[in-house]
Design a protein around this ligand. Sequence first.
Ligand code: ATP
Ligand code: MG
Length: 447
Amino acid sequence: MIRSAIVPPHAVCAAIETLEHAGHTAWMVGGCVRDSLCGVMPHDWDLTTSARPDEVQKLFPNVRLTGIQHGTVTVIMDDMALEVTTYRGEGSYTDGRHPDAICFLSRVEDDLARRDFTINAMAYHPVRGLCDPFGGREDLQSGVLRAVGNPDLRFTEDALRILRGVRFAAKTGFEIEPDTVYAMYRQMQRLECIASERVFAELNTILTSRYVGRALRQYRAVLAVVLPELSPMFGLCQHNPHHCYDVWEHTIRTVEAIPAQPVLRWTMLLHDSGKPHTYSMDETGIGHFYGHPKMSAQLTQQILKRLRAPNALRTEVETLVALHDHGLGQDERQVRRSLAKHGETVVRQLLSVKKADYTGQNTFPIHLQELQHTERLVNGICAQAPCLTLKTLAVDGYTMQELGFSGTEIGEGLRWLLTQVVEGHLPNEPHALRTCASEWKESRHDR
Ligand code: ATP
Ligand code: MG
């Protein structure tokens, strides 16, 4: 839906003026034009110009040259970083991921022709208005993603565009136009050549986008090229009264049901990836997936390593996938144990994971009430700032030394005291802990 006129920030207009005053032409281009036309505030403003990088560099006092090999100079104005790229064409792509050489051009239309989708191939000028040689505005209006030019050729040049297509569909909810979709399917194996980090970045955006469910349903074959571990889930019937969807449809519904944070979305995408490998049917015809969280965690590790996902995300997702079926407790003592074992952050993430998992099982999820009860217990316990870690225990290693503890006995003694506090057998109070520690030490020596 086209909603608004383009209102560029002052720095963008000033940069265009500076370039044009020096005899060049310059335009805003790409995502910022697309987003402005939809009434979405662009998160960055890119410019395209006839000026060569060395000429751009001379015209602005504050520049960064990190993208100069692609013809891009970053101009800093009013605290904004504007990427200014010379009108550019690309030569042949022998590896399907990088142009063998880039060449500079003199017409903006030729620069737009090398861009991926028509909605991304528009330029805008504060005086001359919109430059739209491929019908991007009309496609934006009708909600269509269409490759610029011959789609097979464009995907052969750079296969990442296939995944970018799924990404834009997931973000906007637009339909990909049939010729473009067929070309995506014909060329999708080329995604195997794309650098893992770039694939991961696109998948991350797809997973945290508004129309992720539709994208996972419609373009699962494309996603399976970069995530082949997903394929066995497609259409796998669970033969289980708790589940009315197959494993893939269940997965999609859980992804949709959880907040759009990368860790949580990756967790839901992969939480049941081990199911196809652990399936069994009992004598009554009911399907089971014993041990699937462990298998899913192994696959998660394999996938996120291959995609070179950041370590912190990998560790968090692996933990949540491994624990997704783990009970957090239905009474205060059990919940305190869970909090002491996993920490409040993981317990709260697991509450979200379980809620999404139950929501995706059936049209009428029956376990949600139990989960609400657990959540109330978690809230109640955490509100009292309880002692659940050694750090918050009212005695420390020095106290234990004063009581005559030494060596490994100190750590053992502290952990034992913590368990007594977590279980509610002891208050977290120095006097009580000291007395109990001494008794524990004596009882060990008597044995
Ligand atoms: P976002 O809002 O996610 O940043 P964007 O469209 O700005 O979306 P960028 O990756 O920032 O995406 O790219 C800027 C522009 O460069 C795109 O709008 C498109 O015109 C062009 N572009 C980027 N990557 C490619 C590619 N692989 N092939 C062709 N054109 C591309
Ligand atoms: Mg951008």
